[in-house]
Design a protein around this ligand. Structure first.
Ligand code: AR6
Ligand code: MG
Length: 318
């Protein structure tokens, strides 16, 4: 009440409620971005394939491998009260549904893990230096939420969870970038320049750092899908999509629908860029920033929201 002194802990309780809302916003935003972008991935042919496997279920918005792996990661973090790489590898392998549109390398190596191979061997079995696909970045949001208070623990957890399927340094760096970006996006007051500078110092390769400089230089101007496609990329490679999601988030941080329209206009890997950018927007703005008429149609919306709350409530969260 106005004028009354706040009792001890009151501010923390309010902050905690806001944080819970941002956890929900993040996981729901990622799933929604994935599901809204899915029919547009890979142009006409991709859309046709998704229409065959993904629809026929009324107007349900069906999510893809991005969300299946992100939810597997969040569940494993909650059940193990932190990152347990062997548990996580088994969870991903057990849960994989091929109709969710997994990347070819990831589906092959998850089958090997399911058959009993150690992930430390399987992760170099398809590409000898590991995958640089964006599959580690697309599912990294729960790491960003769980470890948001400790950047070093976040770095270690993002590296390990990424390398289970994406052992290439560029694949791992995509997971690091998105996890760190989610942790920073939880702060609603953080200026975009500071956000980008922190990400820049967190990254190590020129592939990521150079693109982050381009994003910083784009602030203040109008977002341009043709420029983003050409200069940042919108492919299934991590270094050609993770920074792109950061760019889209910086320009549309409180307009989910306009953000998705832009991503669809850019083309390429629309569901995965939608998942990464949607998770950032939801972490930043909370659940209420997601259009309710779309959320109502999101597959397993309620279990995603309750998983986000469980992640928030996990007693061992740093
Ligand atoms: N050398 C050559 N090509 C590579 C390498 C490499 N080291 N790494 C990746 N590629 P993958 P993902 C190419 O299969 O990252 C789905 O739609 C190669 O063509 O590991 O899990 C998801 O939702 C390889 O098949 O898959 C994502 O949006 C491809 O990159 C997207 O696919 C993808 O790597 C990627 O998923
Ligand atoms: Mg996908």
């Amino acid at each position: 009440m106005k004028g009354e002194p706040k009792h001890e802990g009151q501010i923390d309780v309010a902050t905690d409620i806001q944080l819970m809302d941002r956890f929900e916003g993040c996981l729901l935003g990622a799933a929604l971005g994935d599901a809204v972008g899915a029919p547009y991935e890979g142009g006409l042919l991709g859309g046709l394939a998704w229409a065959i496997v993904g629809f026929g279920k009324g107007d349900l918005l069906r999510w893809t491998d991005d969300t299946q792996m992100g939810m597997g990661l969040a569940e494993s973090l909650v059940e193990c009260r932190g990152l347990d790489a062997d548990h996580l590898a088994r969870r991903w392998a057990d849960r994989m549904e091929l109709t969710r549109g997994y990347g070819p390398g990831t589906s092959k190596l998850l089958r090997r893990i399911k058959a009993g191979e150690d992930w430390r061997v399987a992760n170099k079995s398809v590409f000898p230096d590991g995958s640089f696909g964006n599959g580690a970045a697309m599912r990294a949001a729960p790491i960003g939420l769980f470890y948001h208070r400790d950047a070093e623990q976040l770095r270690r957890a993002a590296e390990t969870s990424s390398s289970i399927t994406h052992a290439h340094p560029l694949g791992i760096e995509g997971g690091l970038l998105i996890a760190r970006a989610v942790s920073l996006a939880l702060d609603a007051a953080l200026p975009a320049e500071e956000f980008l500078d922190t990400l820049h110092s967190f990254c190590s390769s020129e592939e990521y750092r150079g693109r982050l400089v381009l994003v910083k230089n784009s602030l203040g101007g109008d977002p341009d899908p043709a420029w983003a496609r050409r200069s940042l990329g919108c492919t299934i490679r991590a270094h050609e999509s993770a920074v792109t999601a950061v760019y889209v988030f910086c320009h549309f941080r409180d307009h989910f629908k306009r953000m998705m329209e832009f991503i669809i206009k850019m083309g390429g890997d629309t569901d995965t860029i939608g998942a990464m950018a949607g998770g950032l927007l939801g972490a930043h703005q909370g659940r209420s920033a997601l259009p309710p008429e779309l959320l109502d149609r999101l597959e397993t919306r309620d279990s995603i929201a309750s998983l986000a709350r469980a992640l928030h409530d996990c007693p061992d969260r740093p």
